[in-house]
Structure formats: structure tokens, C-alpha cells
Write a protein of this length. Structure first.
Length: 188
């Protein structure tokens, strides 16, 4: 997958850079021909979901490598394109892919509703060291995704287990209310 947005990364010494994220499959790319894809779209719309589920169940764990492209602030001011425009691709010759991680899907969801349907993807939920850039589309999504999840899952969607920060607790000023799913932040 190609990450269209540009993010800012800041290291321990507070040196910022811009980056783009890329996921590259380790399974190779195999596409359905047009006729079969058209047939499956109308007769078996869950074909790909079932294929993924069955592969994981058989122990054929799919994986992707995570890469970043890096651009300094100085380079961003000098390039002949807008590095924050989601329609622009950073040339790989000038900004090569650097492998930084790997994702492996090694289990199927035990509860599809709790682990998949209640999942709230939100570009504003960033780990320390990753920050938003001047990317205008990203700026809009930082606001709209929160609003969408609030509407879709309720005011306390960040307390739903699949959306909670890993090994930490939500620490904000939201207390009680409909759909509270925790101990009210230690009875606050």
C-alpha cells in the first residue's frame, strides 16, 4: 500500500524530517482477471475476506514490509513539486525506500464485531515522534475522522478495547455518559 500523506517525524534530539509510509507485500502480487473479478463481485463479494481468513487459519500468515521515504525540511523547500500534495509521488531515485518494519497477520479475529467492526482508524492517533505535516488533505482528515468515529461508534469510542492505546489508559476529561465502557477512569 502506498501512503499518500506526508507526515513529520521527530527524533529524540528534536530533529524533524518529513516522511511517507509504504507497505510492500511479501506474498507477491496476483490479480484476478477481469471476467472472474466481475463474476465474483456479484456472486461472492466476500471472496477476498474468506481467502485471507482461510490462509491465516492454515498458518500461511501474510506479511508486509514497512518502508519510509525521508525528506529534510531543506529539501522540501527546494523540490520542484509540492511534497504535501497527495497526488504527487516522491521519486524513489531521490528519496529511496528505507525498510523500518514488518507486519504479520498471525491470527484471525475471535470476535469480528468487537475487533473489526468497532475498529476506529484515525490519522490523529499518532505515536510519539510522528506528527502531522502541512499536508492539507491530512489536516482535513485529522478533524473529520474523529467526528466520523464519534458519530459511528459513540462518544466513548476510544474506550472500546480495540481502540484503546496499547498497554495504557485513556486520560482525558470525558466522564460517564452513554456508552461508557470503562471504570470511569478509576472512578473519577
Amino acid at each position: 500500500g502506498y501512503g499518500s500523506h506526508t507526515f513529520k517525524m521527530v527524533n529524540e534530539s528534536a530533529t524533524p524530517i518529513y516522511c511517507k509510509f509504504h507497505w510492500r507485500t511479501n506474498q507477491g502480487i496476483r490479480n484476478l482477471d477481469v471476467d472472474r473479478a466481475s463474476r465474483l463481485a456479484s456472486t461472492d463479494p466476500d471472496y477476498s475476506i474468506r481467502d485471507l481468513f482461510n490462509a491465516i487459519a492454515k498458518g500461511n500468515f501474510p506479511s508486509w514490509n514497512l518502508y519510509i521515504q525521508v525528506m529534510t525540511f531543506e529539501e522540501a523547500e527546494k523540490v520542484n513539486f509540492n511534497p504535501f500534495d497527495v497526488t504527487k509521488v516522491w521519486p524513489h531515485a531521490d528519496y529511496p525506500l528505507i525498510q523500518v518494519g514488518r507486519m504479520v497477520l498471525d491470527r484471525n479475529p475471535a470476535n469480528y464485531f468487537a475487533e473489526i467492526e468497532q475498529l476506529a482508524m484515525d490519522p490523529s492517533a499518532m505515536v510519539p515522534g510522528i506528527e502531522p505535516s502541512p499536508d492539507k488533505m491530512l489536516q482535513g482528515r485529522l478533524f473529520s475522522y474523529f467526528d466520523t468515529q464519534h458519530h459511528r461508534l459513540g462518544a466513548n469510542y476510544e474506550q472500546i478495547p480495540v481502540n484503546c492505546p496499547y498497554r495504557t489508559r485513556v486520560r482525558n476529561y470525558q466522564r460517564d455518559g452513554p456508552m461508557n465502557t470503562t471504570d470511569n477512569q478509576n472512578g473519577a
